[in-house]
Design a protein around this ligand. Structure first.
Ligand code: SAH
Length: 246
C-alpha cells in the first residue's frame, strides 16, 4: 500500500515536472532569459518561486536556500527535492510543500525573535531544521517512532544541536519545556488542542491548520493578557493530527 502510494506520487511528480519543463521552453524558447534561468541551482529557483508567491522574510528565504532538502527524503525522489510541492515520506505522511514551510515559518516569526519553539509533527525533520536555524531552541514531537529516530540522525548530521525530539502525541504538547514563544503544528486536528493554548507564552504565536480534509484553514493565534487573538491565514491541505503512538 505504502509502496503503491509512493510509486503513484512519483509518477505524478514526474508528470508535473514534465509540464514545468514544457512550460518554460514553450514560453522562452532558447532566449537569453532561458539560459540565465537554467544557470540557477534548483534551490535558487525554488527561492525565486517563494518570492513570487509572496514570501518576504529574508532570513527564512536564505535558510531555505541553504538547507539541503534532498537529505530529508527518499533517494528515489531526490530529483524532486527542490520542487515546490509536498513529497511522500512513508506511512501515508508527507514532507510539506516548501511554500507552506516558508509561509508558516514567516507567520511564526512575525512577532519577532523567538527563544523557543514547539513543533508538533517532526516528520522527516525538514521544518525542524529550518526552525533550528532561525530560533533559539526547537522542541519537536512526533507520534511515529521511526520518523523521530531518522530525523534525529539527519539533524545531528547537519550539526543542528539546538533541537530536542520526543516520540509522543502532540495533542498534549510538551508541558515540561513550556511555555513556548512559538508553536507550529504540521498536521491538522479538528479543533485547536487545549494543551497547546495553555503552553503558549504570553505574546506567543501558534500556527496551526484545523478542520476536516478538504476544508482546512491555517490559523495564527496570539496569546494576549486577556484572550487569544485569532487570524485566518488561508485554506490548506495537511495530513490529519492522529491520536496515539506508532
Ligand atoms: N514537519 C514535517 C511535516 C510532517 S507531516 C515536514 O517538515 O515536512 C505531519 C507529521 O505529523 C507526520 O510525521 C505525522 O506522523 C505527525 N503527526 C500526526 N499526528 C501527530 C500527533 N498527534 N503527534 C505528533 N505527531 C503527529
Amino acid at each position: 500500500m505504502i509502496g503503491l502510494l509512493t510509486l503513484n506520487h512519483y509518477i505524478i511528480m514526474a508528470i508535473l515536472d514534465l509540464f514545468n519543463e514544457k512550460g518554460e521552453l514553450g514560453e522562452f524558447g532558447f532566449s537569453r532569459q532561458n539560459l540565465r534561468h537554467s544557470s540557477k541551482s534548483p534551490s535558487e529557483r525554488l527561492i525565486e518561486q517563494l518570492r513570487t508567491q509572496g514570501i518576504i522574510n529574508a532570513n527564512v528565504l536564505e535558510v531555505m536556500r541553504t538547507t539541503p532538502r534532498h537529505l530529508f527524503i527518499d533517494e528515489a525522489l531526490s530529483s524532486h527535492a527542490y520542487a515546490n510541492h509536498p513529497l511522500p515520506i512513508g506511512y501515508g505522511q508527507t514532507i510539506s510543500q516548501p511554500y507552506i514551510v516558508a509561509r508558516m515559518t514567516e507567520a511564526l516569526l512575525s512577532q519577532g525573535k523567538l527563544d523557543n519553539v514547539l513543533e508538533v509533527g517532526t516528520g522527516c525533520g525538514y521544518q525542524t531544521a529550518i526552525l533550528a536555524q532561525l530560533v533559539g531552541k526547537v522542541y519537536s514531537v512526533e507520534r511515529i517512532k521511526i520518523f523521530s529516530d531518522k530525523a534525529r540522525e539527519r539533524l545531528n548530521f547537519l550539526g543542528l544541536n539546538n533541537v530536542q525530539l520526543q516520540h509522543s502525541d502532540g495533542h498534549w504538547g510538551w508541558a515540561e519545556q513550556a511555555p513556548y514563544q512559538g508553536i507550529i503544528v504540521t498536521a491538522a486536528p479538528l479543533n485547536v488542542p487545549e494543551a497547546l493554548l495553555e503552553q503558549l507564552a504570553l505574546g506567543g504565536c501558534l500556527i496551526i491548520p484545523v478542520g476536516q480534509k478538504d476544508k482546512q484553514i491555517l490559523l495564527q493565534i496570539i496569546r494576549t493578557r486577556t484572550h487569544y487573538e485569532q487570524y485566518l491565514l488561508g485554506p490548506v491541505n495537511f495530513v490529519p493530527l492522529h491520536k496515539g503512538l506508532k
